[in-house]
Design a protein around this ligand. Structure first.
Ligand code: SF4
Ligand code: SF4
Length: 79
């Protein structure tokens, strides 16, 4: 499992997370940023860096944020 960026990221896009990710696995999508879960090493740096609390470990995602798991998968599948 992995880290997931959820709704608080939409239209925020400060991208502090991108600057701290040691494996460069966060990419900009049309309305938010996404973590590539195949590359993420689960260091947690992005979760700490995000000023709006948009990053969750997937098992900690609130119920209404769970669709963001599939949204990230679809983003990377369609690249
Ligand atoms: S720091 Fe947070 S809000 Fe900003 S782009 Fe990254 S996940 Fe989105
Ligand atoms: S947990 Fe670490 S490796 Fe994974 S996206 Fe965040 S900063 Fe990058």
């Amino acid at each position: 499992m992995s880290y997931i960026i959820a709704s608080a990221c939409i239209d925020e896009k400060a991208a502090d997370c991108v600057d701290v990710c040691p494996v460069d696995c966060i990419a900009e999508g049309p309305d938010q940023y996404f973590i590539d879960t195949d590359i993420c090493i689960e260091c947690g740096a992005c979760e700490v860096a995000c000023p709006v609390g948009a990053v969750y470990y997937d098992t900690d995602l609130p119920e209404d944020e769970k669709p963001y798991i599939a949204k990230a998968e679809n983003f990377y599948k369609s690249r």
